[in-house]
Design a protein around this ligand. Sequence first.
Ligand code: CUA
Length: 178
Amino acid sequence: MNRSRATKKIGFVVVMILFGVALFSTRYYLVDLPVYHFFGGGEGPDPPALHLRGEFVESNLGAAEGPSGALTVRMIAQQFVFVPQCVEVPAGVPVTFRMTSADVVHMLSFLGTDYGLKVVPGAVTEATFTFSKPGTFKIPCHEFCGAGHYAMRGQLNVVPQDQFAGMLPGERRACELR
Ligand code: CUA
């Protein structure tokens, strides 16, 4: 009698530990940044220093052509905005998004398309999408990221290729929000 009770108790503790480990392994990124960084090994961009140095300084944000002519859009997600708030890209060409977070996990979609991205602090999320036609796409955040989550949205303007070619780098990341 006593024995089976003890076994049950141990079983319960083991299950609780496994449950805790499973939960932690999917949610570890919600842990405070210093701890996250400790585990992250410091290979990705440094969330508090994004605006100061590296790939995600302001002058590097928005759409830019690489040496091969391939188009890359760099954006930061942070509580509770996307930086830049509005970006312009050309229609009908592959656009590679490179994004990181300055704080917690954010999830975005381009409303009206199947495209979406998960953005994590300390890492760069990269994905290539082609927007076939010109249009305006709202970019809402889908991961609860704090008090301002429901107001967190950016915008993507897909414009004809010739119009995009005539834009200066600054104009490509400073469009009007609609
Ligand atoms: Cu960012 Cu919700």
